[in-house]
Design a protein around this ligand. Structure first.
Ligand code: HEC
Length: 406
């Protein structure tokens, strides 16, 4: 029979206590923000203000007259504050142009122009701020399931927003499909930024982790989502919307209605949509996240996501692609190894980013070649949007690097 050893038990408890103390402390005292993180937080605040302009303007102005004068003034102020925040951010190629577009937005609100135009301009400005200051708008890992946030929502949110978003006050409802369709999942996440006091005080979101915020965003998205899952055929037509980053960044109201309705369901059911993603689409999404992490200076996550993209995305599709285009597979194998090596070797950043972009382009190409021809046109549309976004990112990145190298 084993002897009871009180000293060992004591040692174990001591060690356990010490480790949990360290753990608790690492939670309690977050590391100070780097300059880039501060800029990203400032940019995120401007994006949040602009997303409210896009969403709330139709309630403030109807037929070129104010319906709600207070809200109207609030939205004007939002644009002005966003413009002031932009001036606090470091100057970069593209900032002056952005400042101009905010001035134009201010002017069309002043003229009480039609909601559709204001929405488009406000969202476009928000997207450009995100690209210019590299605000990560997609989760670092896969989207968490909504169930993870149910307890939190009941404790902290339902007293204002109601059960399942059915608040008595219309401005607090989170279940109106028209209004909610103007928000991306990222916009929900961004409304819960712990360091800001604008929509929610410290007691509500001050201590939320990034994962908890994404889970809440997914849960909130479900309040206005259709009940019935979209057909699998739609997932083939709009693969860029099935998982992140597309599912986190795109606003349902901005895409064709059929795709928008599908997106409303997909973004609210990340678990059930994972199997719909073609492995190469998942690889492209993960590569995008890896690249974002790398740009943010987080090499460890970049490496982790790169390997995940290879294991969970490329490997399962390799045989299928080999039958279609063996040369492309050889090229992909090589590109993957090279990129992996240059991250490990800490190669110059612009070199690594270039490798990311080339690999990404080939993964998208591979995905296109495996696509059944029926959906190819629409898929091309989605891939084009995706590549355009990547291209803008690349240009901004080079714009950013060049002065430092010279
Ligand atoms: C004290 C009341 C209150 C509580 C508690 C609260 N909210 Fe809010 N929330 C608001 C108000 C008011 C707005 C609108 C802010 C605005 O328009 O500027 C808002 C806005 C939002 C939005 C943006 C969408 C929209 O309709 O404007 C989301 C998403 C949201 N809240 C989610 C949550 C979640 C999730 C929680 C719990 C963690 C929560 N809220 C807790 C009052 C509250």
């Amino acid at each position: 029979m084993p002897r009871f050893r009180p000293f060992r038990v004591f040692l174990f408890l001591l060690l356990y206590g010490w480790v949990s103390l360290l753990w608790a402390q690492s939670d309690a005292a977050p590391e100070p923000l780097t300059a880039q993180e501060k800029d990203q937080a400032t940019a995120a605040r401007a994006i949040n203000l602009l997303s409210f302009v896009a969403v709330d303007y139709p309630e403030a102005v109807v037929d070129s007259a104010t319906r709600d004068a207070r809200l109207y003034r609030q939205l004007q102020e939002n644009v002005q504050v966003a413009a002031a925040l932009l001036q606090q951010l470091p100057d970069k190629p593209g900032r002056a142009q952005l400042a101009n577009s905010l001035q134009e937005l201010d002017a069309i609100i002043e003229q009480m122009r039609e909601p559709e135009l204001v929405r488009r301009r406000a969202n476009a400005a928000a997207d450009r701020i995100a690209a210019l200051y590299q605000v990560p708008r997609s989760p670092a890992e896969m989207l968490p399931p909504p169930e993870e946030a149910e307890g939190l929502y009941r404790e902290r949110c339902s007293r204002c927003h109601g059960i399942a978003g059915r608040a008595p006050q219309p401005e607090r409802r989170l279940d109106d499909p028209n209004r909610m369709g103007n928000f991306s999942l990222y916009d929900f996440y961004n409304a819960l930024e712990p360091t800001r006091e604008d929509a929610h005080g410290q007691a509500i979101d001050g201590d939320l982790s990034s994962r908890q915020r994404w889970a809440l965003a997914v849960l909130v998205a479900g309040f206005s989502a259709p009940q019935v899952a979209p057909s699998a055929k739609l997932a083939e037509q709009f693969p860029a919307l099935v998982g992140p980053p597309g599912a986190a960044i795109v606003r349902p109201a901005e895409i064709p209605e059929e795709a928008g309705n599908a997106l409303r369901w997909w973004r609210a059911h990340p678990q059930q949509t994972r199997h719909l993603q073609h492995p190469l689409a998942r690889a492209a999404g993960l590569l995008y996240l890896a690249q974002n992490a790398y740009r943010g200076g987080d090499n460890a996550s970049a490496y982790h996501q790169l390997m995940l993209a290879m294991r969970e995305g490329f490997a399962p599709a390799r045989a299928e692609l080999m039958a279609r285009n063996p040369a492309l597979v050889t090229q992909l194998d090589q590109q993957w190894q090279e990129l992996r090596q240059s991250i490990l070797d800490q190669a110059p950043a612009n070199e690594v980013i270039e490798k990311f972009q080339r690999l990404q382009a080939n993964v998208v190409r591979g995905r296109e070649q495996l696509q059944p021809t029926s959906g190819a046109g629409i898929y091309g549309w989605a891939a084009l949007l995706f590549l355009a976004a990547l291209g803008v990112g690349l240009l901004l990145w080079y714009g950013l690097r060049r002065p430092r190298r010279g």
